[in-house]
Design a protein around this ligand. Structure first.
Ligand code: PEP
Ligand code: MN
Length: 347
C-alpha cells in the first residue's frame, strides 16, 4: 500500500498513519520530499482496508498495490487454468466451448428436443435451469430434481455435458449425481455461504457476474470458491445493469479481455442475458469470441415464442446452428477454434 500525505500534513498525522500501518503488520518505508511525505507499506496483512487510510487526517491518497485476490490472480497460474470434463472436453485451452439450451427445464420433450438441437448445432454442453431464480415469486420456479434427471438423460443421449444453476447449499448434494458443472447465477454471485460450500465440492463451477458487480467483486467472489480448494472454476460476463434501456442489460465486452489479463480462470460470455433480445445475441456472441472468450453460454429454445422464461432472448435452433458456423470462421482470426461437436469427440 502507498499512502501519500497531504503537503501540509503534520508530523503527528504522519506518525499516526505509520503507527496504524505497523499495527496491521506493514513494514513502513518513509520518503520525505520537499513538500510531501510518502509512506510505502510493504507486506500483505491479512486484514486491511485501504479506505481506512484514505480517511485518516493528513492523508491525500492511499492506494493498494498488491492484488486483494491471491488465488484468482493471473500470477498464481500464469499459463491459465484448464478444466477437463468427463467426455474429454477441455475449457481454457485453444478451443472455445459452447454451452446452450433453454433458460428453464420445462418438460421431458422440450429438453430431449433441445439436447438434440444443441448437439447438432455443435455445442458441448446442455444448459437449462431446474431451479430458477425469478424476479417474481409468481413466475415459473423450475422443475427441481425431476428437471435434473430429465437433463442428464437427454444430455447422455448425445454425449453432452450438463450445466445447471445451483441456488442453495441444500441443492448441492442432490445435484452432484446429475450434473457436470454448477452454474452460480448473477443473483447469487455474492451468496458467500453458497460460494464457500462450492469450494469444497469436486465438480467445476461457472460463476456469473452479478448485475451490479465490479470486476474486482467478481474476482473476490471467485476467491471464496478457490480458497476452499476447488480450482475448476470459470467466470462469465452476462451483462450488467446500466442506465441504458434499449437492451435488457449492457453486455460488458471489455470485461472479457480485462478478466483474461487479471485472472488465470477461463472466461465465458453469455450474450443472451447480456442483451436480452434475440436478434442481438449473435453479434454479441461474435464480439465475445473476438474479445477472447473461452466459451459461450447461450439460450436456445425449440420454440422460443412458447418458452416459460427468457423466450425473447432465446435463439431458435436454426439461429444457433448458423451462429456456430460463423464462429468457426471467426475464431481462427483470434488464434482459436470452436470445439468440435461432441459426437466427434467420442468418435
Ligand atoms: C440463466 O442462465 O438462465 C440465468 C438465470 O442467468 P443469470 O443468473 O445470469 O441471470
Ligand atoms: Mn435465463
Amino acid at each position: 500500500m502507498i499512502v501519500a500525505m497531504q503537503d501540509k500534513a503534520t508530523d503527528e498525522q504522519i506518525q499516526h498513519v505509520i503507527e496504524r500501518m505497523v499495527e496491521l503488520g506493514f513494514n513502513v518505508h518513509r520518503t520525505t520530499g520537499e513538500t510531501q511525505t510518502i509512506l510505502a507499506g510493504v507486506g500483505t496483512p491479512a486484514h486491511f482496508e485501504v479506505t481506512e487510510f484514505q480517511v485518516l487526517s493528513g492523508v491525500h491518497q492511499a492506494y493498494r498495490i498488491s492484488s486483494p485476490y491471491k488465488l484468482a490472480g493471473r500470477g498464481f497460474r500464469p499459463e491459465g487454468t484448464r478444466i477437463t470434463f468427463p467426455n474429454g472436453v477441455v475449457v481454457g485451452g485453444e478451443e472455445i466451448v459452447i454451452m446452450s439450451g433453454p433458460c428453464s427445464v420445462e418438460s421431458k420433450d422440450q429438453i430431449r428436443l433441445s439436447a438434440q438441437q444443441v448437439a447438432a448445432a455443435g455445442a458441448q454442453f446442455l444448459r437449462g435451469g431446474a431451479y430458477k431464480p425469478r424476479s417474481s415469486p409468481y413466475s415459473f420456479q423450475g422443475m427441481g430434481v425431476e428437471g435434473l434427471k430429465i437433463m442428464r438423460e437427454a444430455a447422455d443421449e448425445h454425449g453432452l455435458l450438463v450445466i445447471t444453476e445451483v441456488m442453495e447449499i441444500s441443492q448441492i448434494e442432490t445435484m452432484l449425481e446429475y450434473i457436470d458443472c454448477f452454474q452460480v447465477g448473477a443473483r447469487n454471485m455474492q451468496n458467500f455461504n453458497l460460494l464457500r460450500e462450492l469450494g469444497h465440492v469436486r465438480k467445476p463451477v461457472l460463476l456469473k457476474r452479478g448485475i451490479a458487480a465490479t470486476i474486482e467483486e467478481v474476482l473476490l467472489s471467485s476467491e471464496y470458491i478457490l480458497s476452499g480448494g476447488n480450482y475448476d472454476l470459470m467466470l462469465c460476463e452476462r451483462g450488467i445493469r446500466t442506465y441504458e434501456t434499449a437492451t435488457r442489460n449492457t453486455m460488458d465486452i471489455s470485461a472479457i479481455p480485462v478478466l483474461k489479463k487479471l485472472t488465470h480462470l477461463p472466461v465465458f460470455g453469455d450474450p443472451s442475458h447480456g442483451v436480452g433480445i434475440r436478434e442481438f445475441v449473435p453479434p454479441m456472441a461474435r464480439a465475445a469470441v473476438a474479445a477472447g472468450a473461452d466459451g459461450l453460454l447461450m439460450e436456445m429454445h425449440p420454440n422460443p415464442d412458447k418458452a416459460m422464461s427468457d423466450g425473447a432472448q432465446s435463439l431458435t435452433p436454426e439461429q444457433l446452428t448458423k451462429l456456430v458456423e460463423q464462429l468457426r470462421k471467426l475464431a481462427p482470426v483470434v488464434d482459436r477454434t470452436i470445439a468440435p461437436a461432441v459426437e466427434k469427440v467420442h468418435a
